[in-house]
Design a protein around this ligand. Structure first.
Ligand code: URA
Length: 408
């Protein structure tokens, strides 16, 4: 009985593979109702899961759809996933860098969640860019240029799609066992040989503490061992937004600047090099230091940027047509001092209110709006300096400057 399974988890007991299979597959088939699954998810959130339960759940997720096999493509396929953050456009930079080092990159990315943006939404801000490539198109493109960034097909872990949508509206997103099985099932079903996970911690992330991030990291590495996949993790800060822009077109433009070597020395550029070095090190079995040198070289000689342009044109994007709104609003410093903090979550909320993300399932994203930061943490500020520009289309949202920027 479904009720017995929910009750067992409510009491903090371990569920068997068969019990998990019955309720999760029952949900996918329509035999288990939203309210029953919500109740189980909340019991999991509160009572956690044992490693055995998490391995079972990951398998049930993987088995719910297709598994992709890219073993015909020569080379080690390395995939990367981020748990999501504000201004996180790292895939747009690191995928071309890694591909330009001769490592095949097949990246199936997702859409935004809550306040965090998704890579696929960002790429869709490039007019014409296709995110619905068929398996044959993916194979041809990887063969030709080593790089594909597309959307997840409907057949890849359909269980995750269904459960994620429910978690999103039942306050059960931040459960470590559920995050681990959601991410790892997609990476394993997606055919990666090696996996790099960027675990974000801070007010703009799903996880709020380093301890939680470490737990998630250990769990993902253990799941990787079960499937004989090398998993590396990086725990990165998400109290401050990444880089200078938030919003779809703006983030693509910033990623292009980084790929052209125009941006240096900020938290976004640093994280890109860190992640790219790990991916290259895993893909070529070389040290992270050697990999970093290669990454720097690929930016310097223009080959990473060219790879990005090749990918966009293969996927029918017209990069020259990308647009940002011509209506802007300047946010000025109310006082002088040093910029000590920029609050990621508060900027995420503004970006959503501007229309850069979805508040409701059927909202349409406005790709042209967003926030451009002109000052970063550590900068000296004079009263009246422009801290940020908002790119606006609809009504200007309320901007709590003191909550966003701490100047001391
Ligand atoms: N990203 C995912 O794909 N799944 C989660 O559960 C959390 C972040």
């Amino acid at each position: 009985m479904i009720l017995d399974i929910i009750n067992k988890k409510r009491l903090g007991k371990e569920l068997t593979y068969q019990e998990l299979d019955k309720i999760f597959n029952g949900y996918l088939n329509g035999d288990v109702y939203d309210y029953q699954m919500s109740s189980l998810l909340m019991a999991i959130c509160i009572n956690g899961m044992t490693d055995e339960e998490i391995f079972a759940l990951t398998k049930i997720f993987i088995d719910s759809g297709d598994t992709l096999d890219f073993s015909d493509i020569p080379g080690i396929k390395v995939d990367k996933h981020s748990t999501g953050g504000i201004g996180d456009k790292t895939t747009l930079v690191i995928a071309p860098i890694v591909a330009s080092c001769g490592i095949p990159v097949i990246k199936m990315s997702g859409r935004g969640l809550g306040y965090t943006g998704g890579t696929i939404d960002k790429l869709e801000s490039i007019p014409g860019y296709r995110i619905d490539l068929s398996d044959e198109e993916i194979l041809k493109q990887v063969h030709d240029i080593n790089l594909v960034v597309t959307g997840q097909t409907a057949y890849l872990v359909p269980m995750d799609k269904a459960i994620y949508a429910l978690r999103d509206v039942t306050a059960t997103v931040s459960s470590i066992p559920l995050i681990a099985s959601s991410i790892m099932s997609k990476k394993i079903a997606g055919g990666a040989d090696k996996i790099l996970i960027d675990i974000k911690v801070g007010n703009g992330a799903l996880l709020q503490t380093k301890e939680e991030a470490k737990k998630l990291s250990e769990l993902m590495i253990k799941i990787g061992e079960v499937y004989h996949r090398e998993v590396r993790t990086i725990i990165s800060d998400m109290n401050v937004p990444l880089g200078k822009s938030i919003g779809n077109s703006l983030e693509v433009l910033e990623a292009m600047d980084v790929l052209q070597g125009k941006e240096k020395d900020n938290n976004f550029v640093d994280l890109c090099y860190d992640l790219a070095s790990d991916m290259i090190s895993m893909g070529l079995n070389i040290s992270k230091d050697e990999a970093r040198e290669m990454a720097l070289q690929k930016i310097k000689d223009g080959s990473a940027y060219q790879k990005f342009l090749d990918m966009v044109s293969y996927q029918k994007g017209k990069i020259e047509k990308i647009k940002v709104s011509d209506k802007t609003h300047a946010i000025k410093a109310p006082t002088s001092g040093v910029l000590k903090k920029i609050h990621a979550l508060e900027l995420g909320k503004i970006s959503l209110a501007l229309g850069a993300g979805k508040e409701n399932m059927d909202d349409k994203i406005d790709y042209t709006v967003g926030i451009q930061l002109h000052k970063l943490v550590g900068d000296a500020i004079k009263k009246g300096d422009v801290l940020a520009t908002l790119y606006v289309n609809k009504k200007l949202p309320e901007v709590p400057i003191d909550k966003i920027f701490t100047i001391e």
